[in-house]
Design a protein around this ligand. Structure first.
Ligand code: DGY
Length: 441
């Protein structure tokens, strides 16, 4: 396949998944609007249709809760409920939580705050074509960040807590120990829908994990999705280094967007948040693991696993040069990108051979092109242009394989496509990578 053919195919995936103002992440597996999917979709779509890209963020933020949270799923179409589970009735956010929107069903969880990074990217690529929409979006982005600072880091540590693996990386080994401690109570019978779409169950989380995922939602509902109550009662609480690294970067991006819009008043606060989270994420670096670690709040211990979340400091502003060098060395060393036998020199979601690694299972080892994009972006922020370019080329070569079909994730040794094909965010990052050859952004 040529680059031009890849471009055309990526545009076609986004067109086919477009439901008018927003894009479903995948044709069948994810039939509603997902929060961070939409942000990455906007990052690619801006090269094709800037106004539509900005609208992707607008439609997502239209379902923002009164407390500023941006829900991880917006159930904004009439997809038959049989296609996805847990369905809006399971979440019942409008019934249990006063700040939830009354007319649009949503989940009560959040996802990593990549939205301001996307918005600033749109401004840089499309300029005046998106200025008015971004001006409208801007206060909503600030409210979202304010929600995270106030409610997900109430003591001002500089690390945000997550309540559920769905807020970060689902079945990643990062959550194994914390999840194993969750005792599942009386769950009503339910039927998984994901394994109806993806028949090879080894690619998806296990049934035992699903029981825990759903039980956690029940507990969140019982706490009325109220952050203070959740933080007192929920058995799973993790200070998430990856989420927090993204947040540091997003505050820096939002401050730059504010400057571009001529809004100076918020910038000192946004810059202060960027600095606080940047410092703390860097302090999570563990000299033994040679990665930055999450912290399991309930167990009171750092989470010692080897996943690509450990490279979160590569995303933050003002990264210390020594740490940058150590991170780049680890990332491109034998544990990750340089692992023996990999078909393409891309970043796997977990280090081969490390506890919990499984090369076919979702977030436990496969290559996620969209996460490769994020770390590629991070490397560029850190001035690591040569390494960034190597990573871009490796990922483009992977996506150019005719079998790849914009898969959600791919097996690192064989490049077999896994999960859904025609995944929107994979197509979107392909567009942004291809656009680098057309015009510098
Ligand atoms: C899923 O359905 O697998 C999602 O990751 C939950 O958001």
């Amino acid at each position: 396949m040529s680059n031009a053919e890849l471009w055309t195919a990526a545009v076609e995936v986004l067109r086919a998944n477009d439901l008018g103002g927003w894009t479903k992440p995948a044709p069948r597996l994810y039939p509603y609007q997902w929060s961070w999917d939409s942000a990455f979709i906007a990052i690619g779509l801006v090269h094709v249709d800037p106004d539509r890209a900005a609208r992707e963020l607008d439609t997502l933020f239209a379902a923002q809760w009164a407390d500023g949270r941006v829900p991880h799923i917006v159930f904004n179409n009439d997809t038959p409920a049989e296609d996805y589970f847990p369905d809006p009735g399971w979440w019942a956010s409008e019934k249990f939580s006063p700040p939830a929107p009354a007319n649009t069903p949503t989940s009560g969880l959040v996802q990593p705050p990549v939205h301001a990074i996307a918005a600033w990217h749109l401004a840089q690529v499309a300029g005046d074509a998106v200025r008015d929409r971004l001006r409208g979006l801007y206060p909503r982005l600030v409210a979202w960040h304010q929600y995270l600072v106030t409610n997900r880091d109430p003591d001002g540590h500089g690390l945000l807590v997550v309540y559920h693996p769905w807020e970060s990386m689902d079945n990643s080994p990062r959550f194994d120990a914390a999840l194993a401690r969750v005792e599942v109570g009386q769950l009503p019978p339910y039927k998984r829908r994901d394994t109806g779409h993806i028949q090879d169950k080894s690619q998806r989380p296990t049934d035992a994990e699903y029981d825990r995922f759903l039980w956690l939602v029940n507990l969140l509902k019982a706490a009325r999705y109220n952050d203070a109550a959740v933080q007192k009662t929920l058995p799973l609480l993790v200070q998430d280094v990856f989420f927090s690294g993204i947040f540091a970067a997003a505050n820096h991006a939002l401050s730059q967007l504010a400057g571009w819009l001529g809004i100076e008043s918020d910038r000192p606060e946004l810059d202060a948040w960027a600095t606080l989270f940047s410092k703390k994420v860097q302090q999570q670096w563990d000299a033994t693991e040679r990665l930055a670690l999450d912290f399991d709040v309930r167990a009171g211990t750092p989470i010692r696993v080897q996943t690509y979340a450990g490279f979160a400091p590569l995303l933050v502003p003002d990264l210390a040069p020594d740490l940058r060098d150590a991170l780049v060395k680890e990332l491109f060393g034998l544990r990750f990108v340089g692992a023996e036998g990999f078909k393409f020199a891309a970043i796997p979601s977990a280090a081969p051979g490390s506890p919990g690694f499984q090369q076919r299972s979702y977030w436990r080892g496969p290559i996620w092109p969209v996460m490769n994009w994020l770390f590629w972006w991070g490397l560029k922020q850190q001035g690591e242009e040569t390494r960034a370019e190597e990573l871009r080329q490796a990922n483009l070569n992977l996506l150019l394989e005719p079998t790849s079909r914009f898969a959600e994730y791919l097996e690192p040794y064989t490049a077999e496509p896994l999960g859904s094909v025609d995944q929107s965010w994979t197509a979107a990052v392909a567009l942004d990578w291809l656009a680098q050859d057309k015009a510098p952004t």
